[in-house]
Design a protein around this ligand. Sequence first.
Ligand code: ADP
Ligand code: TRP
Length: 324
Amino acid sequence: MKTILSGVQPSGTQHLGNYFGAMRQNIALSNDPNYEAYIFLADMHALTTVKDPAMLKKMSTDLMLDYLALGLDPEKTTFFQQSAVSAHTELAWILACLTPHGLLERAHSWKDALAKGVKDTTAGLFTYPVLMTADILLYKPDLVPVGKDQKQHLEIARDIAMKFNNQYGETFPLPEEYTPKEVAVVPGTDGQKMSKSYGNTIEFFAPENVLKKQVMGIVTDSTPVEDPKDPEKCNVFQIFKLFLDENEQKELADRYKNGGLGYGDAKKMLLERILDYFGPYRKKRVELEGNLDYINSVINSGNEKANQRALKTLEEVKKAVGLI
Ligand code: ADP
Ligand code: TRP
């Protein structure tokens, strides 16, 4: 059986980009009987940017609720919290002692932070890819599902694993990335990539009035209702597509091209579709919110399982490097 592992950062309310770009695939893979899956909340990684304790706590709980409401099955997946498995930071230190400074200087995430003039850059932000490498190598996964933005981090993980194997003997299999073809970049309400940092998101678990405002706020041009419209140039259509099969896409595209469909009506139809699609998950999430004991018990048992697995690798590593 193949092992997959993925980390998700608790960093705010989840949006359609997160769902179609990452969460949906993670959940499908973790429920696939052909894989043994580890999915964890990368809360140690979140510490690089989130400095408000109450906020970090809330975002972590929210992300647990989101994943469980969306159908992650904790019986089949080891769903855990990075900070509860201290082997992650221990291995990260051991790996840091092998990681060339230059390798981290070349990381896009670091270069972007410098280019954006982020003040108070920290050693944590700089060594972020080393912790991510430790996250991965501890579980020796065959596949790591990641979005495009994380590909370079996976290359770094392979580089560090190779360095370790060369120095101390074959210990880590090299992790392969897994990026499903169907995963595209989801556009936001203004047509740029949907992202929390651009304020152009559609948050599928938000209260209905907020969700409505986000959908009705999708930017469109001023073509009159009766005129033909180009679906490829319409932000509403580009988001709607995510919910439609091929026939439905063609039908809607024809309505655009024939004229007579106003953007306001298209938005209302999209809102209905989003509420339909996420309806059962929204309901489940409300139920789970009322049962935080259950959430805690799921995470505690995931933490225990992850600890057992991680400690095995850590012991192997400590022996290899001469610590025990
Ligand atoms: P944000 O840009 O809103 O801060 P994150 O960087 O936290 O989102 O992304 C979390 C995950 O969701 C990553 O795996 C990322 O690849 C995926 N993701 C985020 N936005 C999109 C998008 N617009 N299209 C596709 N995938 C996305
Ligand atoms: N850096 C990843 C992100 O921001 C999250 C992450 C942390 C991760 N550790 C990981 C993803 C290990 C895959 C494997 O999305």
